[in-house]
Design a protein around this ligand. Structure first.
Ligand SMILES: C[S@@+](CC[C@H](N)C(=O)[O-])C[C@H]1O[C@@H](n2cnc3c(N)ncnc32)[C@H](O)[C@@H]1O
Length: 508
């Protein structure tokens, strides 16, 4: 049995359908870290990222893909001198990977892979090689569920792929391929499929594989009470809501991409959710392709098409702004305006996402996408502050006088205390980021740094005292009123411009 961290108990036996489960030995509060899982484990980036990701800390190792900032200085890349395949951003990361990550054993395999003219091993084969090379990993995986027979019955193609992967691993390991070694390798591949996680990095949205035998005991629920975040080589299990003693801990194995609306009872087929669901499925995939890398004019064309394609969602009787791909289109539009230096438009769209979309997608205030959204608004506010007028709005006076949309937004912004709004948002990010992810999260570090800069400003003593009072006692009557007036009201005012912006820029 895998050893479980303190506070967790393994219940049940390995019998289908659910098998064993993990149960809380005490109460966990929302956002609280239930446990950290790191050893023994496998943590690798997907193969295409091998040369751009540090194999030690699993962060981008190419200075070009990781813009330097005060909190994250540029890092030089060092290829492993042995295999020249994996990258490191520091000698410390290299030592870490050799000590805990399995590269010490794997390095000679990569040399053979290179000698045969290949750049890397596919992720499942690399994971299999690591398990076969690391006795502690092999032993820990012994009692994991593999559903080998189910895989064999499921599809001939899947089974043939697994055989090929197993043969490739045995070949590069220099081990004999016979019925026994092949069966053993395939069993590990099956266990890896059932028990490993997609190691999605919250910051860089890079995927990979994470496998830890104890974490693998957590079962799935579509209404989970916990979630997993990946921090370097560790997986951190957080409570999503209060979890009682003896309650089973469950996470969602799936990230729901296409959400379905509940079936409507209305007989009118044009307004029924059935037709909306069909629309969502039809437009989802092409509306989800990132705009990164497209030319400015192609981005605009795409946003135009996507905004039009999302019309049925916008017009639906049940407000559907939180249904993908609409949030994605809004987020892309906000990024697009930010890139263009039109921070005011970007700010209005981000405010709309924070007030009308994100809370419906994730109820917990510490949901990572909500915390990231607040930081984005804080940074945009810093760019639209009166002392630093928005370049794209030109002369705000001239625009105000013609009452163009830009002028009206500029006028609204001129009446807001952006520094205080910014400070409240940064305080909230610093407060929620450890529950969303960790204090190692770049979002936490950046917010802390910006907050320090803001607090160093002279002449804001009263406002600062009000913000601090709110953070100390958010439920106090006066503090609530301050929060409503200083941030909620202004964000609602800015978000009210969002649809007009999209219609005027990308409408027909
Ligand atoms: C990662 S393992 C979880 C630990 C597993 N219960 C065990 O005893 O090894 C995933 C497997 O657990 C079972 N499982 C997990 N969540 C389940 C659920 N909600 N309903 C039914 N079976 C579930 C399925 O057999 C699945 O393939």
């Amino acid at each position: 049995m895998p050893a479980l961290p303190e506070g967790l108990v393994l219940k049940g036996v390995s019998v289908e359908p659910r098998g064993r489960s993990i149960v809380a030995a005490r109460v966990f509060q929302p956002g609280e870290i239930i446990a950290t899982f790191n050893s023994p484990s496998i943590a690798i980036p997907d193969s295409p990222h091998l040369s751009t990701t540090c194999s030690g800390c699993l962060l981008p190792a190419t200075p070009g893909s990781d813009p330097p900032s005060a909190s994250q200085p540029a890092r030089a890349v060092r290829a492993c001198t042995g295999c020249r395949t994996v990258a490191y951003c520091s000698p410390a990361c290299q030592r870490l990977d050799w000590a805990t990550g399995g590269h010490k054993a794997e390095c000679k395999i990569f040399k053979r892979v290179r000698a045969e003219g290949h750049d890397f091993l596919p992720t499942p084969v690399r994971a299999l090689v690591q398990v076969l090379l690391r006795p502690e990993m092999g032993a820990a995986m012994g009692e994991l569920e593999g559903h080998v027979d189910k895989f064999r019955r499921k599809s001939d193609k899947l089974w043939a792929d697994m055989e090929l992967q197993a043969m490739a691993a045995l070949h590069y390991l220099g081990r004999e391929t016979n019925a026994k070694s092949l069966a053993e390798a395939i069993e590990i591949l099956c266990k890896s499929q059932v028990n490993s996680f997609n190691r999605l990095d919250e910051d860089i949205e890079q995927t990979g594989l994470f496998m830890n035998p104890a974490l693998a005991m957590v079962n799935h629920s579509c209404i989970p009470n916990a979630f997993v975040q990946f921090v370097g080589r560790k997986a951190v299990l957080h409570a999503y809501q209060e979890i009682g003693k003896d309650e089973e801990i469950e996470i969602s194995y799936i990230v729901p991409d296409v959400q379905k609306l509940p079936d409507s009872h209305t007989p009118d087929p044009l307004s029924s959710n059935e037709s909306l669901n069909a629309t969502v499925e039809e437009i989802y995939s092409w509306c989800s392709n990132p705009l990164l890398g497209l030319s400015e004019s192609d981005k605009r064309k795409q946003l135009h098409r996507r905004w039009a394609a999302c019309k049925p969602l916008r017009d639906s009787r049940t407000s559907a702004y939180a249904i993908e791909p609409l949030p994605r289109v809004l987020a892309e539009a906000s990024i697009h305006f930010g890139e263009q230096g039109n921070f005011a438009y970007s700010l209005c769209i981000s405010s709309f996402l924070a007030t009308n979309v994100d809370p419906y997608k994730a109820a917990a205030p510490f949901a990572p996408q909500r915390v990231k959204g607040l930081l984005m608004i804080a940074k945009l506010l810093a760019n639209t502050a009166p002392a630093n007028p928005d370049a794209s709005t030109g002369s705000s006076k001239a625009l105000t006088s013609t009452k163009s949309l830009r002028g009206v937004i500029s006028e609204a912004l001129g009446k807001m205390d952006q520094a205080t709004m910014c400070q409240i948002l940064l305080e909230l990010v610093v407060y929620h980021a450890p529950a969303a992810h960790s204090k190692e999260w770049s979002v936490f570090r950046e917010a802390k740094e910006l907050l320090g800069d803001l607090e160093a400003l002279q002449g804001r003593e009263t406002e600062e005292a009000l913000v601090k009072a709110f953070m100390r006692n958010p439920n106090g009557a006066e503090e609530k009123l301050f929060f409503e007036q200083a941030i909620i009201g202004p964000l609602r005012e800015l978000s009210a411009f969002c649809i007009n912006i999209l219609d005027s820029e990308f409408g027909s």
